[in-house]
Design a protein around this ligand. Structure first.
Ligand code: DX5
Ligand code: ZN
Length: 222
């Protein structure tokens, strides 16, 4: 895992899929730390995106950097394993989508992959009491999952602060990621609340100069 204090993880959901390999290389050369890979199944969320073959294609294309796979799928376990085989560095999933969350986390970790748990705007954090020690990353959704380009939901800031306290109390090396509506204004709010890993899709891929955009985003982290 990249040890930088702050991680910028562009979501390829907002990239041009017709030239995905080039887009990924360009955004990494422009200073991105991770690639955020959004997987949607038209069942857990009302949209459909990309599967493990696309992750494998990026590896075969020469992408060596950290691939952060965000599963918005139900069920979780089988495709999680396929993504690990396809080269994912971290696989996160939504607890509502797994019948046995502890088992799903450990099935990922047993393969030497990092594991994350994702919380929707209306999801309770209670489950963290039982599994926080097993996690490498906690992802707080600041939009409802399913689409890029939505507005940041400000109540997620309180949730980020709560998770920051839980991580500090656990004393473990767990990244706190925020996903949805991150831009030059909201990245500072999320970092102030305690996030250290920032997913941004449209705020990066809808601009012409990825390097300048990432530099500006980074400069707004407090
Ligand atoms: C939403 C996805 C996000 C999305 C973020 O379900 O998980 O990663 O791509 O896109 P923006 O940054 O445009 O809100
Ligand atoms: Zn995502």
């Amino acid at each position: 895992m990249n040890d930088s204090k702050y991680i910028i993880a562009p979501s390829i959901l907002a990239s041009n899929f017709a030239t995905l390999g080039e887009e990924v290389v360009n955004v990494l050369n422009a200073g991105a730390d991770w690639i955020h890979f959004d997987v949607m199944d038209n069942h857990y969320v009302p949209n459909l995106t990309i599967g493990p073959m696309v992750c494998r294609s990026l590896r075969d294309y020469g992408v060596k950097e950290f691939i952060d796979v965000h599963l918005m799928i139900d069920p979780v376990d089988e495709l999680a394993q396929s993504f690990i085989k396809a080269g994912a560095d971290l696989v996160s999933f939504h607890p509502e989508a797994s019948k046995h969350v502890h088992r799903s986390i450990h099935a990922i970790k047993d393969q030497g992959c990092k594991a994350g748990l994702v919380f929707n705007p209306a999801s309770s954090l209670n489950i963290l009491e039982n599994v926080i020690e097993d996690l490498d990353l906690i992802l707080i959704m600041s939009v409802n999952p399913g689409f890029g380009g939505q507005s940041f939901i400000h109540s997620s800031l309180e949730k980020i602060s709560q998770v920051r306290k839980m991580i500090d109390a656990a004393g473990k090396d767990i990244r706190l990621e925020v996903d949805g509506g991150i831009n030059n204004e909201t990245i500072g709010l999320a970092s102030k609340a305690g996030a250290d890993t920032f997913v941004a899709g449209s705020a990066i891929f809808n601009t012409d100069n990825y390097e300048q955009t990432i530099k500006t985003l980074r400069s707004k982290i407090i």
